[in-house]
Design a protein around this ligand. Structure first.
Ligand SMILES: *Cc1c(COP(=O)(O)O)cnc(C)c1O
Length: 512
């Protein structure tokens, strides 16, 4: 992504390759005698067979070498803080204010131990309790668990609540189907299947929304629930949500809200008011935690009162002014995460909510929607591109552009557009998702970007379109300016040919 690195002569050594025997970066000082005694005592508790016989293979490098090495790696990377726009649809790569990091790294919090007595962790329990209150206000739910560590984990937890509800009513055997629209994120059917349900897919209508007739055709006594993202992954708001809710509830099923797209509606409307019974929210997306490369995440699950008794243990209660962790929940689905969840991410979200305030959150949704529509309306005019599913309909926080025409006319596909964007120093949007749009480019600029950055992105796409029509052979060559060139994707996915750890270990593996 960074033009300073020329692909041809690029080679970044591994930290192990910088190693020189005897070079030292850090020396452990002798410890106080009383600490040394307790270390010895602790060491005696470790079974003999677990002791290693040889020294670990660590790189021997000086402190400055370590520092340079990692700073250099970080500069080769692309981030919201260094790139010009990060429009990775569905991922909500917004700016993560530094104050959140400062709050989350406060030693009065980071040095707490989860096994500490409850009386000594009242501060963090109070934060978690208050966070839950804010979460309930934003989502329109009655109770929540903060434990799930990601959106997908939240989905599974939420579906387990639905399962527990049908089970207690003695209907689980018959009600074994979860209905999911074809525009859903892949985690939805996966979570429902992991919770033991059969999934039933329904097609979207020509307007990109749930087709009510198709829904009615599959709803019945087998329906355990519906999983829905609103706005959906096309960035379109399901405005028949009240009707959809009614159909599901009348059949005895429950409504599950995938809250990954909350960035479009927070402060404007609430899943709880749309008829949803269970919801997860991806704190790392909407509430600003840096989450590139798969983590860290947090996916709290909220539910309506009648499902609260099934929530995972413990839940946090305030009794006589004291915060307690309540494990006394006979109907609970049990424990789904160690201790109280990914607290670090919750703290960042808490800091974000407090610094933004209710009006700030609302304004941020409005700006995210404005930015997404600005891009969608400019890009649908670009040669070879279109905005399928009701192009005249406003989008919410993201839009899905199709490069089908360009692909047919020039051979330049969504993939090539993405790679050409990288060459211009811009992060590519999500491609080939949702599955119902051919040659999809899913673009979510978020509220973080000023208009000139949006224009820069739009101009970049126009340049690529012109290149595709004038010199497609050249457009096929991208990426040429990135640190790593064209990757062999088949090879990259093969465990025998890819080695993600240190060479020595790899050669060892190859011998095995
Ligand atoms: C990101 C996303 C998920 C999954 O969330 P993770 O935190 O990545 O597990 C589910 N649904 C939608 C619509 C998403 O965008």
């Amino acid at each position: 992504m960074n033009k300073r690195f020329k692909q041809a002569d690029w080679y970044e050594p591994l930290i192990f390759e910088l190693s020189h025997e005897g070079r030292v970066g850090f020396t452990v000082q002798d410890v106080e005698p009383e600490i040394s005694d307790s270390i010895k005592e602790a060491a005696e508790l470790i079974p003999q067979e677990l002791y290693r016989n040889t020294a670990p293979n660590l790189p021997e490098v000086s402190e400055i070498e370590v520092l340079r090495h990692y700073i250099h790696l970080s500069q080769m990377n692309y981030g919201v803080n260094s790139g010009i726009i990060y429009p990775l649809g569905s991922c909500t790569m917004k700016y993560n204010p530094i104050i959140n990091e400062v709050i989350a790294s406060n030693p009065s919090i980071t040095e707490l131990h989860p096994e500490q007595q409850q009386s000594s962790i009242q501060g963090i329990l109070e934060i978690l309790y208050k966070f839950e209150q804010a979460y309930l206000e934003i989502t329109g739910m009655d109770r929540a668990t903060l434990q799930p560590a990601a959106g997908a984990h939240g989905e599974w937890t939420g579906i387990m609540l639905i399962r527990a509800y049908h089970k207690e009513r003695g209907e689980l055997l018959e009600r074994n189907e979860i209905i999911i629209p074809d525009s859903a994120h892949g985690t939805n059917p996966a979570s429902a299947a992991m919770a033991g349900f059969k999934t039933v897919e329904i097609p979207s209508g020509p307007d990109g929304c749930i087709n009510l007739e198709a829904l009615k055709a599959v709803v019945g006594p087998k329906t355990a629930g519906l999983m829905l993202t609103n706005p959906n992954t096309l960035g379109i708001f399901e405005n028949q949500i009240a009707e959809i809710s009614k159909i599901i509830h009348e059949s005895g099923g429950l409504m599950y809200y995938d809250g990954a797209n909350l960035n479009a509606i927070m402060g404007k409307c609430r899943p709880g008011d749309m008829g949803f019974d269970v919801v997860h929210v991806n704190l790392h997306k909407t509430f600003s935690t840096p989450h590139g490369g798969g983590g860290p995440g947090s996916g709290p699950v909220g539910c309506k009162e009648f499902l609260a008794k099934y929530l995972p243990v413990p839940i946090i209660e305030k009794i006589n002014g004291e915060y307690i962790l309540n494990y006394d929940k006979p109907y609970s689905i049990g424990k789904i995460h160690g201790y109280n969840g990914n607290i670090n991410v919750i703290l960042k979200a808490w800091s974000y909510i407090l610094t933004m305030g209710g009006l700030g959150l609302k304004e941020s949704s409005e700006l995210a929607v404005l930015n997404a529509n600005y891009i969608a309306n400019k890009l649908k005019e670009v040669k070879g591109l279109s905005l399928p599913y009701s192009p005249e309909k406003p989008r919410k926080h993201e839009s899905v552009i199709s490069a089908e025409v360009m692909s047919k006319e020039t051979g330049i596909r969504a993939l090539n557009i993405a790679k050409n964007l990288l060459d211009q120093g811009i992060h590519a949007p999500t491609i080939y998702f949702p599955l119902i749009v051919p040659e999809a480019l899913m673009i979510e600029p978020t509220e973080s970007e000023p208009v000139e950055k949006l224009d820069k992105f739009i101009d970049a796409v126009k340049i690529i379109s012109e290149l595709a029509y004038s010199n497609p052979q050249e457009a096929l060559k991208a990426p040429q300016n990135t640190v790593v060139g064209k990757l062999d994707e088949a090879k990259a996915a093969h465990p025998k040919t890819i080695c993600l750890s240190w060479k020595k270990l790899c050669s060892l593996n190859n011998e095995l």
